[in-house]
Design a protein around this ligand. Structure first.
Ligand code: 13P
Ligand code: SF4
Length: 318
């Protein structure tokens, strides 16, 4: 496990408390790139959804504290049921997962016998349980390529990722009408203004963005893929970033001489480009969760086993 980094400013007491509890509980702290910088700095592992799922599956720690949203922590429990899985705030949901109630998705699938239901990992265990295979934004093209050409594909719950995949793979798919409340808020007008002010900047975007925004993107990928491109490509040194701005923390750390410009939302008066679910997690809640071993992810074993099947199918693709 990595040594705790130096705390920034006034948080040193709580950093120490968390570190002591982490040792006492033999816990691993996993964090998504959309967490606030302090949380990223104290994590043992930071990654995109797929990387975090693999880290959760492979850990031998007794406790997994998942600093992300509910479907991510639930995925950790599905993959590694022997561990105690904690989430700092049980209310940290996801608009995509909320857009797809399991019963309605099951009914949709039943209306299309013989089709293959591909679900984005941003969904509940109940939706996973009725899916044929899961994908994340980093492996979605590979997952679609694994499905025989003659099979009809149903894609759920992210309409924008689905549309992007249809363009990338040339496969026709029926799409569930879910969207991410963060990525749908980005403004095309503000993107164009930034482009005018920074004509040499490259635009990087997450495939959860609306189609009109993705048209401007020089690179589209998962959070880790965007991070890698923007910090290593020699094509530019300024980047307009079309995803949740939490990721700028790792970008600035990896490439301090580059300029990363977060794409604002349409409404100037709110920080709508920040995920309100991800940002529910705080240092205090992390400390309390490790101290109390609560809030804890639990689920019935039959649901876990049913949800594991399509997740495992994805993992088996490599
Ligand atoms: P990544 O798998 O790209 O990290 O995406 C997770 C997510 O929720 C994006 O909004
Ligand atoms: Fe869900 Fe969007 Fe937040 Fe990602 S950014 S967790 S897709 S609401």
């Amino acid at each position: 496990m990595s040594a705790l980094p130096q705390p920034s400013g006034s948080h040193s007491d709580i950093f120490d408390e968390i570190d002591e509890l982490r040792r006492k509980r033999n816990a691993v702290i996993l964090a998504h790139y959309y967490q606030e910088p302090d949380i990223q700095d104290l994590a043992d592992f930071i990654g995109d959804s797929l990387q975090l799922a693999k880290a959760a599956r492979d850990t031998t720690a007794d406790v997994i504290l998942f600093c992300g949203v509910h479907f991510m922590a639930e995925g950790a429990k599905i993959l590694n049921p022997e561990r105690i899985v904690l989430i700092p705030d049980m209310n940290a949901g996801c608009s995509l997962a909320d857009a797809a109630p399991a019963k309605r998705v099951a009914a949709w699938k039943a209306e299309h016998p013989g089709s293959v239901l591909v679900s984005y990992i941003n969904c509940s265990a109940g939706v996973k349980a009725v899916s044929d295979i899961i994908c994340t934004s980093s492996n979605s093209e590979r997952v679609i390529a694994s499905i025989p050409e003659d099979k009809k594909i149903l894609f759920c719950p992210d309409r924008n990722l689905g549309r992007w995949l249809m363009r990338r793979t040339g496969r026709d798919m029926e799409l569930w009408p879910g969207t991410c409340i963060v990525h749908e808020t980005f403004s095309e007008q503000k993107l164009v203004k930034l482009k005018v002010r920074h004509p040499d900047a490259k635009v990087v975007a997450h495939p959860e963005c609306e189609e009109n925004l993705l048209r401007y993107a020089d690179f589209v990928g998962s959070t880790s893929q965007i991070l890698k491109y923007a910090t290593t490509t020699t094509d530019a040194d300024t980047f307009i970033v079309g995803t949740e701005p939490g990721i700028l923390h790792q970008m600035q750390k990896a490439a301090p001489d580059r300029t990363f410009l977060p794409l604002p939302g349409m409404d100037e008066t709110c920080a709508c480009n920040e995920c309100p679910h991800m940002r529910l997690n705080t240092l205090e809640k992390i400390r309390d969760a490790l101290r109390d071993l609560h809030p804890r992810i639990e689920m019935p074993e039959d649901l876990r086993l049913a949800a594991l099947k399509p997740l495992q199918r994805m993992m088996d693709l490599g």
